[in-house]
Design a protein around this ligand. Sequence first.
Ligand code: DAH
Length: 348
Amino acid sequence: MLDRVKDLHQEIEHYVINSPEQLEQFRMRFISRKGVITELFEGLKHVPQADRRAVGQELNGLKNFAQERFESFSQLVDEQQAASKSVAPVDLTLPSIPNLTGTQHPLTLVRQRIIQIFERIGFNVADGPEIESDWYNFGALNFPDNHPARDMQDTFFVEKASADTDVSSDMLLRTHTSNVQIRLMERQKPPIRSIMPGRVYRNETISARAHCMFHQVEGIYIDRNVGFKDLKDTLYHFVKEMFEPGTLIRFRPSYFPFTEPSAEIDISCQICGGKGCNICKHSGWVEIAGSGMVDPQVIANCGIDPEEYTGFAFGMGIERITQLKYVVNDLRLYTENDVRFLRQFEGL
Ligand code: DAH
């Protein structure tokens, strides 16, 4: 019995504890009621009477020793636990976590730049509805009834919610921002000098070159004695401010139902500098806007006397200008919210 006590004493002495699990193993073996020391106490009754007292003392000594070690081990484990929680290891050589800043969408950047350029020369910003009637989108702008743009193929029509109206509603998603020209001229007396940025919709299959939703900026200037020269001056100024120095501009005769005469505005290709590339279809020129002198009939449709007042208008696509300025070759990039694309406009 005494040998066994000695062995256990040594075992306790050499015991090493590094974790709460090991502490628990120690407790089970030496402290608990099912442990070895309790077992030895139970065996005491088989020890001859004469030795019992001395062996009992040895056993008590062992029990106290185990208890003492258990307490100091517990303290150690507690300290280790606390230390591992409070001081997370910090590696000061690691790169910092990047602080990502939001960016403005490229279309927002370009729209703001366009507004800034025109505001400086006296244009204000106007707004109009995206859900529009046939009259404001087409009729008042001199589109004949059978004009192909009025076809379901090109235009999204909106059904009225009420059950008793027939399905062929004359409400639609505007196909251009020219509707705001009409609304402005109806409610405002000349001089009118406004630009109208906004979203427009066309029934197109989404691809790299077409989208069912895009953005335009419309411009209009109505006053006494406004002539074609004013249109040219204004758009020359815009191109000079918006694009690289040395960009060429040309007016190409065209046709729109609501302007007479009409012109499309081309600039020398920003991508190849006019040498010819895929973007300009190897012509060296890219179209950026439609324009013209507002048709007297359109002015009269809005209750303004076309004998007294004349004016010009223009409309351009914001996606197109952005494509030329930042070389964006796929229209779908604008709406996909891919941060690898958006991040490229950080800080602009
Ligand atoms: N609304 C035309 C379009 O969407 C663009 C346009 C052309 C607007 C000539 C104008 C204009 O104001 O005068 O293609």
